[in-house]
Unconditional design. Structure first.
Length: 441
């Protein structure tokens, strides 16, 4: 098995091996959902411990969200210039240290500052992890790896509050950050063994500011930006559910905290099947057709929630589960398609992908708490509206002349890419000219 997996890599990992690299990528993908959601059950306890307001404590969440996005935008492009390993190491060390400092915070101001530092480290880890998938794995194996990694993005936000609540059954809120520090230490151990996946000759050779400026170059790729906007809309109702799901189950349906945790856990476990549904379906249907099917199914799940979601917690959970499954199905191959739009500047592309998902998810959390007649209706409306916009955008993209590698049209950047011996697009061909320009800046 190990020898077979070794053939998946285009950049060998002598110390980690292919399985160890996958474990590192999975652990890195867990950092963000755990840091955002695992400590939310402890927020009331922190309000009492620091003798402050809920609004002030909420800055630990808002600050994390904001600076996580900053970290994504800064460190992904920097990894294109300096390599993945130094940025990954810096990110995990920063994250781990800040997690420990959060546990030792003496007042709420210190906690807010340490959360900001923690977020910057997490942003570096997330941006590099996505880029490494493209660097290290063969084209035909990327979707399988992304399916494993992306499961964490779906399951993590749902299971994290449950884990946090279990910790609080035995310990106080500080232990939550100790647990995050333990995750960081695990990532540190793996990151030390990680070997560079971006060779010197393939790195961006311009200035530091120029490397960050490559975000604009990637964003100008119309196929990349258009498809990212479409699939990113899935995050809006998904994060809205994360934001108000507890209110729906506990306040609206009158369930206990334990019953609420069970519904969350069951939904998470079933949703984890999404990426593997795509891997099975991809044998029989194209990504183009499957995307259309998923958009329709997601929209219908929103309609079903509006019609029957308020009748019982089971119906609410089932209607959301259909939507969550479509989101879990589309994530792996859409990420692979997005990464395929750029032969180079993978770190910048990775940053923009993660930043867009984060920003749209944040908007969903804000919209979730509007004065809806009920949160169930609110989530249903957001699902229907988001999928309607996504569907219109998808039809418009297919009818346009914008190329989208993997779906329609030409290779990345709309150019004809040279083929490798196996007939697949050659690595680094399209971006050679942009790197030459970068070195002259």
């Amino acid at each position: 098995m190990k020898q077979k997996m070794q053939q998946w890599l285009v950049r060998p990992q002598g110390k980690l091996g292919p399985l160890g690299l996958v474990v590192l990528l999975v652990a890195a993908s867990l950092v963000t959902p755990l840091s955002l959601d695992m400590y939310t059950p402890a927020v009331p306890h922190m309000t009492e411990a620091f003798d402050t307001t809920a609004g002030t404590v909420n800055l630990t969440l808002v600050g994390y969200f904001l600076f996580f996005a900053v970290g994504l935008l800064v460190f992904g492009p920097l990894s294109d210039r300096y390599g993945r390993r130094p940025v990954l190491l810096a990110g995990v060390v920063t994250y781990t240290s800040a997690s420990g400092l959060c546990a030792l915070a003496l007042d709420i101001e210190m906690l807010i500052v340490f959360r900001v530092v923690q977020a910057l480290g997490a942003g570096a880890v997330s941006a590099v992890a996505t880029a490494v998938v493209k660097d290290a794995f063969k084209v035909e194996k990327r979707e399988a790896i992304l399916s494993i990694v992306q499961v964490m993005f779906v399951v993590g936000p749902v299971l994290s509050p449950v884990v946090g609540a279990l910790i609080l059954q035995v310990f106080d809120w500080r232990m939550t950050f100790c647990a995050l520090g333990a995750v960081g230490l695990f990532c540190c151990a793996l990151a030390v063994l990680f070997e560079e996946t971006l060779p010197q000759e393939e790195r961006y050779r311009g200035t530091v500011l120029g490397s960050i400026g490559q975000l604009g170059a990637v964003a100008k790729n119309k196929g990349f930006s258009s498809f990212l906007a479409i699939v990113g809309l899935y995050n809006l109702p998904f994060m809205a559910y994360i934001a108000v799901g507890s209110y729906v189950y506990i306040s609206f349906f009158g369930l206990s905290e334990l019953e609420y945790s069970v519904f969350f856990a069951v939904a998470a476990l079933l949703t984890a099947a999404g990426p593997f549904i795509w891997l099975k379906a991809s044998r029989y249907v194209s990504a183009r057709r499957f995307t259309g099917i998923l958009l329709v199914a997601a929209a219908l799940s929103g309609v079903a929630m509006l019609l029957a979601g308020e009748l019982s917690p089971v119906l609410f959970c089932l209607t959301f589960l259909v939507f969550a499954l479509t989101e879990a199905c589309i994530r792996p191959y859409s990420t692979n398609i997005l990464l395929s739009q750029q032969e180079g500047d993978t770190g910048a592309a990775s940053s923009l992908i993660n930043f867009a998902h984060t920003a749209i998810g944040c908007a969903g959390m804000l919209l979730a708490v509007l004065p809806w007649s009920s949160y169930v209706q609110g989530i249903g409306v957001l699902i229907v509206a988001s999928m309607a916009f996504a569907g219109i955008g998808w039809i418009a993209l297919l009818k346009s002349r914008i190329p989208l590698a993997g779906i329609k049209g030409a290779s990345p950047s709309g150019q004809a890419a040279p083929l490798a011996r196996d007939g697949r697009p050659g690595q680094g061909a399209v971006d050679a000219s942009s790197r030459a320009k970068g070195s002259a800046r």
